[in-house]
Design a protein around this ligand. Sequence first.
Ligand code: NAD
Length: 398
Amino acid sequence: MDRRTDYLVVGGGMAADAAARGIRDVDPDGTILIVGADEDPPVRRPALSKDLWTDDDTTPTDVLLGTADATGATLLTGTEVTGLDPDAHQATTASGTIAYRVALLATGGRPRVLDDVPPGDRVVYFRTLADYRRLRRLAQRGSHVVVVGGGYIGSEVTAALAQNGVDVTMVFPEDAPGGGRFVPEIADQVSRRYADAGVDLRQGRTVTSTMSDDDEVTVTLDDGTTLTATAVVVGLGVTPDTSLAEAAGIALCDDGGVLVDEHLRTSAPDVLAAGDVASFVDPRLGRRRVEHEDNATTMGEAAGRVMAGEDVAYQHTPFFYSDLFDLGYEAVGRLDPTLETVVDHPTDDGTVVYHLDDGRVVGVLLWNVWDSVDAARDLVARPDPPDDLTGLIPKGDA
Ligand code: NAD
């Protein structure tokens, strides 16, 4: 069936939801069509590895963002846009063409998959609400799950499972959970917390292969160890999904994303990009690609406004956050312990870690320190940070 819409949003994640809201704020009447490959409508993605496991009152229905009701958009779920012709203002799906006025690429990223760790009934590359549902069914109290990867997915899902009585083995190449983003004293604290919760930590290890049968999966590590489990959860990072942009001849950036200007316009006429897939200019940190909620929602909304004709520029330095058992943090910029770092302890259990590159603060980790994101952002902006950074961000500084 051929369709026609004023606004076409390709992708069904948080950036897509925010874009529809941005469009609707500016244009009360234009038609919006969202086409997403996921089987579910847009969801509050952080809940998949947090609240849905830790808050008994949160159900899968609660995490749906209610995009269609809030914006009047038409949603095509489980549908891929297979082609885009920017000059003709036309997109293609398996079921027909879509004529549009302005389009947004909010295609996000695809999990990086290892050849010898094929996705399957018991091997979950964790990203969508469907993945959550599958893992919930498999990971019963007392079952054994192997989590592969120590980054955001690996560390959050491990904590979530352990808090639900699941016996977890976590396999990751770094020294501690956290994807190598923490300075040693925080990394040690994190490792201790996971060990205290009964998690079997296989640090410094990678997975080389998995073999599934009807009842369990056998996981082989790079030191030859084998583990058997009811399920394997994998989080090895994502690759920005630029296939549609590439095929349409849209310019990409060296970081693998779709290149956008400050109005989130791509190199093609009337095609914008936002969210995980977009390589944008951060006013403080320069051109970058960010795979976190605040970026997806803030950039998505700005893109929607631009699509509907408002003259807005995206000039935001996004923050991100994580919850690991009772530990948690908010952060801005780059968390890279190989950079020069300054570690400050403004509270008994809170720590601020400043990451510096060439004398400038490029990242701030607010470890168990809350309400200080704006102060961290201001510091990242400064071309001449003070020589002594300690005490600059006290607890509760807004
Ligand atoms: P990630 O980049 O955080 O972690 C990837 C991890 O893969 C590395 O840290 C490493 O531990 C591991 N790894 C690589 N090769 C391995 C191997 N052969 N064996 C074992 N481990 C290996 O990516 P992710 O955790 O997959 O997260 C996916 C996406 O979801 C990211 O875009 C992330 O930003 C996003 N996300 C964000 C949050 C948050 O903001 N709190 C939470 C969940 C997911």
